[in-house]
Design a binder for this molecule. Structure first.
Ligand code: ATP
Length: 289
């Protein structure tokens, strides 16, 4: 995942969460189709070409390896391996899986941020993509980032200006909006990212857990926003390590393991199976050790 900050509280407080909406009614029309998608990363400077590594080398290491002439030595990380699913309007889809299982890569490919090595992603007529993280810049002020993020979400400059106060209020960052984002606490940055991300009431909202953060008050506001989007027949994707959050919020859950979609279905069933899998894996590890 692009960003991880140990200070961020990734957990939702279950009491703050809206009730989940299991698919009792008919599903809306498809909003996003992921067809046999593969995501591969090329990693420079690997010891052995072709080896699949589990970690990402740091920028420093990559530059060092390149400086040492290891330009040709690359390995490939096959992060997503032939995943297919159809998302419908009105669905809230959780994505669970252990670290490195490919959740963020799948989300980024579904969002069009990285091209699939194989397969294709089809989106409905007017997709508004969320996940402005990719375009925000820490060295720029919140104000500039609101503009950049708003434009990236398809708003015009005029529309961003009109929504500016609303975004700042939602993020609750006050005059910090005029300071570079690198001066923000992790909570402030996360709140601003969420505020920018959700300003367009998008058709498809993708939330990586860094967005699902903040104090109880902000959690309530962000949950209300998520509900609003879902009620307007949008589709929500939520990557989370908190199974409680996923069970409460989602109508459907995808379980990723080693780049593959292991299970896709009812939140309780899928999270139970996933929990069991994690437990048995821990048990095996424990026995080995
Ligand atoms: N930019 C990148 N360059 C190289 N490898 C990457 C890159 N991003 C992810 N990977 C690798 O791809 C695999 C899947 O990573 P990804 O971040 O999609 O998993 P994840 O399930 O979201 O993990 P986490 O729960 O830790 O965020 C991992 O092996 C990871 O090291």
């Amino acid at each position: 995942m692009a960003e991880s900050d140990p200070e961020i509280d990734f957990e939702f407080d279950p009491e703050d969460l809206p009730e989940k909406h299991h698919g009792s009614g008919p599903l809306g029309p498809p909003s996003l189709i992921v067809d046999n998608v593969h995501v591969k990363y090329r990693v420079f400077g690997a010891k052995k070409a072709g080896a699949v590594t589990n970690g990402k080398p740091s920028l420093y290491n990559r530059l060092r390896w390149r400086a040492q002439g290891h330009v040709g030595a690359t390995s490939e990380v096959h992060a997503v391996r032939g995943v297919s699913f159809v998302a419908h309007q009105g669905e809230a889809i959780g994505i669970v899986g252990t670290n490195g299982s490919g959740k963020s890569s799948l989300l980024r490919a579904a969002a069009g941020l990285i091209p699939p090595a194989e397969g294709a992603v089809y989106v409905g007529a007017e997709p508004s993509l969320l996940g402005v993280n990719a375009v925000l810049m820490r060295q720029l002020t919140g104000e500039r980032n609101i503009m950049i993020g708003g434009l990236a979400l398809g708003l015009s400059m005029k529309e961003v200006r009109e929504r500016f106060d609303e975004i700042v209020d939602f993020a609750d960052i006050g005059d910090f909006v005029y300071l570079p984002m690198k001066t923000y606490s992790s909570g402030m940055a996360a709140r601003l990212r969420f505020a920018i991300s959700s300003v367009a009431t998008p058709d498809i909202l993708m939330i990586d857990e860094a967005l699902a953060t903040g104090d109880a008050d902000f959690k309530q506001r962000s949950n209300a926003k998520i509900e609003e989007i879902r009620e307007h027949a949008g589709t929500i994707f939520l990557v989370s390590h908190s199974l409680e959050t996923v069970r409460r919020m989602c109508s459907r859950v995808l379980w990723m393991d080693q780049g593959r979609l292991v299970q896709d279905g009812d939140p309780e069933e899928v999270t139970d199976a996933y929990r069991e899998h994690v437990r048995s894996r821990r048990g095996k590890k424990g026995k080995k050790g």
